[in-house]
Write a protein that binds this ligand. Sequence first.
Ligand SMILES: *Cc1c(COP(=O)(O)O)cnc(C)c1O
Length: 492
Amino acid sequence: MIYHSTRSLENGVNAREALLKGLCDDGGLYVSDELLTCVLTPDMLKGLTYRETALRVFSVLLSDFTKTELAEGIERAYADNFASVAVTPVTRVGDEFLLELHHGPTSAFKDVALCMLPQLMSAALKDTGRRVMIATATSGDTGKAALSGFMNVPGIGITVFYPHGKVSDIQYLQMATQEGRNVAVAAVEGNFDDVQSTVKKIFASDLRQELADEGVELSSANSINIGRLVPQVVYYFDAYRQLVEANEVEQGAKVDFCVPTGNFGDVLAGYYAYRMGLPVRHFIVASNANNVLTDFLTTGVYDRNRPFVKTITPSMDILISSNLERMLYYASEGDTALIARLMENLRNEGVFRVEGEMLERIRSLFKCGWADDAETSAMIREAWRKDGRLVDPHTAVALKVARERADRSVPCVVLSTASPFKFCRDVYIALTGRPLEGDPDGFAYMDALSGLTSENAPAPLAGLRSMPVLHKAVVRPEGMAGFIRAAVARAF
Ligand SMILES: *Cc1c(COP(=O)(O)O)cnc(C)c1O
């Protein structure tokens, strides 16, 4: 499969190369036009296990990897890492369904992709003599999942940057306690958009060339990397199969997916599944108070010139949804000049507009809605009291938006993206209406939440209690390139 930039048809590369590079040299994202013709329908996946489905999906989208490389990678990624044998089980919550994506080693949906990405990168690097330094911006969950996936993988180093003071206590500890000789972690003064845009700038800077001259490729583990997206396509197909097997959906009938959205990576993976042949009526893009996507899908105007709101759903506190660029590419029917222009406007003025038929095409498939913190907390309470389900704030945003959708005539699958125990404080306060007294830390809330609900925190989160903090660096955005340089020197 040939991948090229969303902003130009030139310099096409195969999937291996696209995966190692992460981001195109012109700043665009790798897309493949073959996505428009490849076919995978639910009847082709009938009766398959998660891992078998994964092999079918990977074989199509990453066709230049060998079957053996893919099958071995899938085995290593999904055989033992997930606390559920189904990997991503679908369960009922009232009239909706939850697609539970948080049973991996770091309790967020990012694990599904980040258990697999290191396998793919290792296979792509094998016998090339090349090395890779991953530089990743995280709003909280990607960082730990990437650190955990890439820890001590030969030939690969990883540097993670997160916005200082803007991740949950548990998320902070997950990253700050990470072991491994090839890992580096720093807090950055700024918000997630500052961190992400600086990483993107570094990719387009001299540092990338300098490192390449030393045989070290700078790459990304963010959802701009196709190696992140492809593993996420799998669970959309697998969720549909589960619904059919449970007699909730007739084979071939359409369903809705409601997705808590930040960088537009998760919902984009669903769109890929749809383009390949999954019967979907609507994707419902659920946002928090940083509702730039709700406005875009309502008016066609994407305008990031607005206050950045810190919410109880930090993984969705994003005003520049990078992967939207890929959806726009396909919705424009491959108009790279248009995409280059829109992204130029976004960079220079913070705004772009989509109109006419293209907007109609987008709006007929993508619906939207948003929830503020009070509504999110109310939904956490409702899910617990009415449905007996403890959900994390991100899942609650999507559940609220799903329950408010205009037409509820087809089943709706809500993507459940994190364990509630990653956000103990806010979930506890949502349930009880008040914080604990004194000066409680994240673990006091973990205990209180367990006491209140009789549910246990996943073992890796509970285990953080006894782990030493290893990473204390705080840098300014200008210091990030230097931090990566130092990490390269240490990792290899
Ligand atoms: C990353 C994340 C999201 C947003 O996913 P995108 O792919 O960035 O749209 C939602 N919920 C949780 C818990 C996350 O970690």
